[in-house]
Ligand binder design. Sequence first.
Ligand SMILES: [Zn+2]
Length: 134
Amino acid sequence: MSENVIESLKYLVVKVLAGDIVTLHALKEYLVDGESPSVLSHKYKVGKFKLRGYIQRVTEKAGNYRVAQYILRTTYDSLSKLAPIVVKVSGGYYCTVCEKIITMNPERHVRLEHRDLVNRIVMECLRLAKRSKS
Ligand SMILES: [Zn+2]
């Protein structure tokens, strides 16, 4: 499996675990369903520039547009079933794995502190993606 696929999938897994499921839905609807960024920006209440930034990030990590489409198409079902490990609480974020309030950016926390979990989920998504293709 190419490094690009793994990197862009990691990006998505980190976002979902950190509690940002909206970006996953928006990216899937843009890349797979062909929905326009302005419609999605309105639907999910995400700034259009922010949304374009996410699209750019995931496409860059994937290497190109087609690969990004492939990733979202084959892993969206698995990713959308993931439960976030970080939840928003008053005054910050709470990590249910560490069982403590975290002060840093939640995505950064997941990326730095829960690397093994992220890698495990990435591998599981790829395994399921491969199975559904055949
Ligand atoms: Zn944690």
